[in-house]
Design a protein around this ligand. Structure first.
Ligand code: CMC
Length: 385
């Protein structure tokens, strides 16, 4: 009884109203708060974009300085979290460690449950944006068996992250400015993408009015999957094992496996983020040398874009197709790629979480189902089954 529309995967169902990110999937357009992604990638910084997503407008220089100061002030972790991370096996996946340590944060900040207080929400948002790079870097160093590097608050958000990952001596770690800029661009491109799987998870869990750490931990779980953020790791592993490109494409068409980094629920055209990342490859490779897998990726793209299978299904490269090549050139192991997606997506998740809480029409997420099981029947004692 009761009417329900059957829409698996919410292909045609809008679950919320949102004023944060606009996508025109047919035209390949992506805008944050009305600003085209190309302009933001060219001229903005990650923290400025995070401010824009969270507050709706670009900051003035004073506002940006205040926000940067606040985020920098919260980059350190409680010392006990080091022991918590220490408890993971040496080969634990960094996304598993990140997800668990973000949910552990909810126990360090019980005040975060006061979600009705806007000042308190702001504090928790700042903490999460600030601590994600530290958690990601600690997870990486744990896997490497290297001592943790504390945040250097003289550095920018991205430069500090690189230092916490790669610093090897007491001397100050100064990454190449071009690499810092490339990471900044990648962070901007990954900051939000309206109602994707992980954002939907954050909203869905957040709609129960739980604290934001628990909601973001759910988002990290969703992002971990290979059909979502985990695709960047899967793309690199795929590129490494491809023998002949033509043969591989035939296997994809025969349904043996997917061409990872291709296709998108919303984009039925080239993903605008992939275009920007492809260009950023040149800047990074000028410093690091060309990643030899680039040739295979470009050959795959060329063949796929001319093939009827991909044309008829409107399958184009997405954000994950080229990003892994840059991450690898920056010396990240593939297991870290999705962490590099989760860190910047945190500002988008939290902007969406905040919007959800401020929308009076929002209700606890509770979809309907079409029941397909047995109807009422009598219990059968075990000896009679
Ligand atoms: N390789 C081969 N065939 C594909 C691919 C692919 N990558 N993507 C979709 N198809 C086929 C699919 O088999 C189906 O064919 P048919 O109509 O014959 O059954 C058709 O194209 C439509 O695909 P769908 O699975 O119904 O599309 P969807 O909107 O449900 O899924 C997707 C979108 C991104 C999950 C899917 O394209 C995919 O699995 N891509 C590979 C994984 C990937 O790169 N994910 C990253 C997405 S972008 C960033 C992010 O979200 O993190």
């Amino acid at each position: 009884p009761g009417l329900a529309t059957y829409d698996p995967g919410f292909v045609n169902t809008a679950s919320c109203r949102s004023a944060i990110t606009y996508i025109d999937g047919d035209a390949g357009v992506l805008e944050y708060r009305g600003y085209p992604i190309e302009q933001l990638a060219e001229s903005s910084s990650y923290l400025e974009v995070a401010y824009l997503l969270l507050n709706g407008e670009l900051p003035t220089s004073d506002e940006l300085a205040g926000w940067t100061h606040e985020v920098t002030h919260h980059t350190f972790l409680h010392e006990n979290l080091k022991q918590f991370i220490q408890g993971f096996r040496y080969d634990a996946h960094p996304m598993g460690m990140l997800m668990a340590s973000v949910s552990a944060l909810s126990t360090y900040y019980p005040d975060a449950r006061e979600i009705a207080d806007p000042e308190n929400r702001r504090l928790q948002i700042t903490r999460l944006v600030a601590k994600m790079p530290t958690l990601g870097a600690f997870a990486y160093r744990h896997g490497q068996g290297k001592p943790y590097v504390y945040p250097d608050n003289d550095l920018s958000y991205t430069a500090n992250f690189l230092a916490m990952l790669f610093k090897m001596s007491e001397q100050k770690y100064n990454a190449d400015e071009r690499l810092i800029k490339a990471l900044e661009v990648l962070f901007i491109l990954h900051a939000d993408h309206e109602q994707n799987c992980s954002t939907n998870a954050v909203r869905s869990v957040g709609s129960s009015q739980v604290d934001p750490y628990s909601a973001v931990a759910a988002g990290i779980g969703a992002l971990y999957g290979p059909l979502h953020g985990g695709a960047n790791e899967a793309v690199l592993k795929m590129l490494r094992r491809i023998g002949t490109v033509g043969e591989f494409i035939e296997g994809v068409k025969a349904g043996k496996e997917k061409l990872m980094g291709f296709g998108h629920r919303v984009y039925k055209n080239y993903d605008p983020r992939a275009t920007i990342i492809k260009k950023a490859c040149d800047d990074v490779f000028a410093v690091t040398g060309v990643n030899p897998l680039l040739k295979i990726a470009m050959e795959l793209e060329k063949i796929a874009l001319e093939d009827e299978y991909f044309i008829s299904r409107k399958l184009y490269p997405n954000v994950d197709f080229y990003s892994g090549l840059i991450y690898e050139a920056l010396q990240f192991p593939p297991e870290m790629f999705t962490v590099l997606f989760a860190i910047p997506r945190t500002s988008g998740w939290l902007a969406q979480w905040q919007e959800l809480l401020m929308d009076k029409d929002q209700k606890i997420a509770r979809p309907k189902q079409i029941y397909t099981g047995a109807r009422t029947r009598d219990f059968i004692p075990i000896e009679k089954r």
